[in-house]
Design a protein around this ligand. Sequence first.
Ligand SMILES: Cc1ncc(C[n+]2csc(CCOP(=O)(O)OP(=O)(O)O)c2C)c(N)n1
Length: 634
Amino acid sequence: MALLDQINEPDDLKSLKQEQLPALAEEIRKFILQHVSVTGGHLASNLGVVELTIALHYVYNSPMDKIIWDVGHQSYVHKILTSRKDRFNTLRSFGGLSGFPKRKESVHDIFETGHSSTSISAALGMARARDLKKEHYHVIAVIGDGALTGGMAFEAMNDAGHSDTNLTVILNDNDMSISQNVGALATHLTRIRSNPRYKWLKKVVETRLRSLPLVGRPIADCIEKLKNSLKYLLVPGIIFEEMGFTYMGPVNGHDLNGLVSVLERAKKVKGPVLIHVMTKKGKGYDYSEINPERYHGVPPFDLEHGCEQETGTNLTYSMTFGRHLVSIAENYQDIVAITAAMPEGTGLSQFKHRFPERFFDVGIAEQHAVTLAAGMAANGLRPVVAIYSTFFQRAYDQVLHDVCQQNLPVIFALDRAGIVGEDGETHQGVFDISYLQHIPNITLMAPKNTSELRYMLDFALSVKGPVAIRYPRGRGGIAENLLSQPLSGLDWEILEYGRKITVLAVGAMVEVAIRLSKILRARNVKPTIVNARILKPLDIHMLEQLAKESDLLVTLEDNVLIGGFGSSINQYVVSNRIDVHVLNFGIPDRFIEHGSIKRLREELKLDHESIAADICKALTKEEKAYAGFTQGTY
Ligand SMILES: Cc1ncc(C[n+]2csc(CCOP(=O)(O)OP(=O)(O)O)c2C)c(N)n1
């Protein structure tokens, strides 16, 4: 019987002999490969933490001991060992297992993550709660070297390090973020990792220093200084020690005996401990070992041949953005590009290679990215900051206080705006219109297709203050067939002329509007379809004109309804006593789970058929009669 078949709970794992653990690790790797190649998901990070996760559950007692996974994309092995292997085929699909820790999924998922660098703060919070309540258990944060580049991780270490709270931080160092990790700390970790002599030296230095005799005060001071200098020179992890942590490691993260032994030792240490574990991202599968960046997150793929090259004739929004930025930057020397650890995902890789000196990867540091851009703009550059809508939430105050208040010309490219699908709750980009449009000075736009994204980027350069362009994940659909032209001002665009009903659609919802128009027209209802591409400032001129001509205004957006585009239309209509009925379609007041974008839109009744049905229901008898509405399904 396979070992994995015997494991349902962490307690089952503890009944195995330690020498059986490597064989279990191999079974788990196969299991992950078999499943993730079918479902898609975060592959390389999970293959890298198989032994580490087994060791954690072997040594600690979850859920009594609390294990917090930073980002949480590497929690698959944890899920497999905590009663979820039988549902693993549902990973990331609607109603199935989430790709991230979820409290409602298991008592072993004690803290939800998705956005990076939160684990040490959460672990310290739990540890302090434990101490105040006089409870006794271990709290462990598992954080990657990429996630450690996020400011919150340092804030938490700074706080934890001056307390004597018992807390264990496992630094899972695989030398990679999604792409190559960046920054001074990453360089320091690489130095520790790549120098095997460090380990040996650490032992020698520590023993020797301890054995130095005590002498008179001046000499003792001198020796103390010498000790410290030597330590700085030779002891790995001194940076963590100086921050108040006991540093243990570096440890080979694929050696189960070594891992179990270091975790057992760490359990006995008082105060905060950091265990430096070195792992290989993508371990155990040739393709992902060679190219961990490609295998960080994968669609379903053929195990034997690996992931195929991206195909498809249309470019994605990210690629379009990246390519066009390169072409603009050829002529504008002042343009610089900034990413927070996502050069590939945001489409900036080409820029990185073409203009290395004008490209800045700041690590997982969205707040810093924005204020860095503010500084550059204040000093005459034209920074373009490309960040996913969901991660941009982190930088709200920097956008408001550092960029918009000073009206600095920074361009924000907000990728993955709207529903993103399988990554679920923590990654949906459905809040940005609400958290940006109330900030003075900002111009906010959303293109209907990739061509318009290019024109918006061109136009953004002519704007004297901050501009944000939000666009969705992936490729455009039928809206790609619509003609786009250079923007000459901040105006909306009428795509179809109709009467009495006007649909104002934002970004990816333009496509939905075109589809629902077909349905309505088949019922003799002819809506005017508008590409409401400028969200702030509103095209008041066109809005007033359309409102005058319409009985019903419909707003469509893939943002939350509260504080969204529709709400700004409502506010304008009410404040200006315009006599028109308004129907808003958007994301309701709840977090949106994981599933395909299509499935989620249907679930939220934001697909063209549901919206067409709702519009028909909302029409008054007179409006129906006027339109010559034909009875049908609706
Ligand atoms: C605030 C935030 N920004 C960006 C991301 C996207 N992201 C997900 S995983 C990841 C890299 C994490 O690297 P590391 O912590 O070293 O984990 P690894 O995948 O290498 O195991 C990034 C940038 C995120 N989850 N959160």
